[in-house]
Design a protein around this ligand. Sequence first.
Ligand SMILES: [Zn+2]
Length: 111
Amino acid sequence: MKKVYSHENLAILNSAKNLLEIDGIECFIKNEYHASGGHVGWESIPIELWVHDDQQAASAAAILAKGFTATSESPEWACLHCGEKNDGSFETCWKCQKAPAGTDPSNNKSL
Ligand SMILES: [Zn+2]
């Protein structure tokens, strides 16, 4: 297993994971628990994206470099509530006004 990417934003990690899975690369997110659980350090521990197969790490990195991280420092994220794509500079979904999953779990209860 090998780490291919890390970010503090779970929504961005999920987008990266989706990108890899489209190409048939099995991957999983580490530290997701910290991002959504509200435990000590939840804000400072970057969430990590790992691939199961070390031999796929290189192609995974290439995919992420080409189609994901290369876009800018604030890559697009897909809304987990309505599936809409959002610009990286948006803090909430332009369509349904939800925050990316994992950033503010209490939002889910308000509606
Ligand atoms: Zn949305």
